[in-house]
Design a protein around this ligand. Structure first.
Ligand code: TRP
Length: 333
């Protein structure tokens, strides 16, 4: 939590329109945002980062369908419990001001910082879009004067960059200009994919096909859970609880208590991986059944209406920083 109360508590969280929200989004980000959104009206700004999905043009990102998938993710966010009566839900591409802010901060970010970005270093042929990806993310965060960023551990580098830019701007324009954003959760969990193993941990992501999607059809969900990689054991041995992916997923879905229930069954014996997976499937549908029901009931037109009013609310906030920036850089005289 941000203790500097000279700025109103404001959370920002962004979701790329990839294949769909999954258990890691729920565990690392959405569970918290849905809770904190009620702290104050309009304290949570949640958006679909469709321009981030456009940082490269190729079949890997299914470019032609980004627009459709953006609405889809917005619908899923609503189904997960983002409450449009309280939170501002918007589409990144509805905020053209972001690019002005991005250009403004481009001058204080060292080229070497961008060169070290995860996305660039892990890409054999990065585009300029991949290279600038973190800069747009910093603009998302700072343009709203967000005090808290709801992201998973994998985004730590980007958050650090945002903090660094905020510090530089404050040094130049004073501490009233911007808050230095903090992570919403002190220690966000890193949720691993179903193909993770102890010696090769991998983060969960729909782009890696190792996620448990929240809103996919029943068979896909079951199939993913059945495919969770487990450690081989000798016939008759107790299932090891240490580093077990099934336990990890149980906790990601329903918290530590759910994980403990499984662990006790492991320790009691007479319980195999296939029993555990069957019960994990039941846990999934118990836990996410009402969200999935809500998802089925939300109409596209309703999502569009919410995104439209969200964009107006977000732009109203962002316009303040744009105005201040223009004044500082003397395009307004
Ligand atoms: N890069 C984030 C991700 O891949 C998405 C994102 C873009 C974001 N802009 C943001 C998250 C601003 C939080 C705040 O998950």
């Amino acid at each position: 939590m941000n203790i500097d109360d000279s700025f109103p508590f404001r959370i920002i969280s962004g979701f790329r329109p990839l294949r769909g929200l999954h258990v890691a989004h729920h565990a690392a980000v959405l569970r918290d945002v849905c809770k904190y959104q009620y702290a104050q009206k309009r304290c949570a700004y949640v958006f679909v980062a469709d321009h981030h999905a456009r940082s490269r043009w190729d079949e890997r990102v299914d470019f032609a369908n980004i627009g459709k998938r953006t609405r889809e993710i917005a619908k899923q966010l609503l189904a997960c419990g983002i409450d449009p009566e309280f939170s501002v839900l918007y589409r990144q591409s509805d905020i053209p001001e972001l690019f002005e802010i991005m250009w403004f901060i481009a001058g204080v970010v060292a080229d070497s910082t961008l060169r070290r970005g995860h996305a660039v270093t892990s890409d054999p042929a990065p585009t300029a879009g991949i290279y600038l990806y973190p800069l747009l993310m910093v603009a998302d965060i700072l343009s709203l004067k967000a005090t808290n960023v709801a992201v998973g551990k994998d985004q730590k580098q980007h958050l650090e960059m945002a903090r660094d830019v905020a510090r530089k701007l404050i040094r130049r324009f004073g501490s009233k200009f911007l808050p230095i954003p903090e992570s919403l959760s002190v220690d966000p969990p890193l949720i691993l994919g179903i193909d993770s193993s102890e010696d090769r941990p991998k983060k969960m992501g729909s782009e890696f096909n190792n996620d448990i999607p929240l809103f996919a059809d029943e068979d896909t969900v079951k199939d993913r859970i059945e495919k969770i990689l487990t450690r081989p054991i000798k016939w008759g041995d107790l299932l090891p609880t240490e580093g077990c992916n099934i336990l990890h997923c149980a906790s990601a879905m329903a918290g530590e208590a759910a994980k403990e229930l499984f662990a006790r069954k492991y320790e009691a014996g007479g319980y195999g991986y296939s029993d555990a997976k069957k019960e994990l499937i039941d846990l999934f549908f118990d836990h996410f059944g009402s969200m999935r029901q809500r998802y089925a009931e939300i109409e596209d037109a309703e999502v569009d209406r919410i995104l439209h009013s969200g964009a107006m609310a977000a732009r109203e906030q962002i316009a303040r920083l744009v105005f201040e920036v223009r004044r500082e850089v003397a395009t307004l005289v």
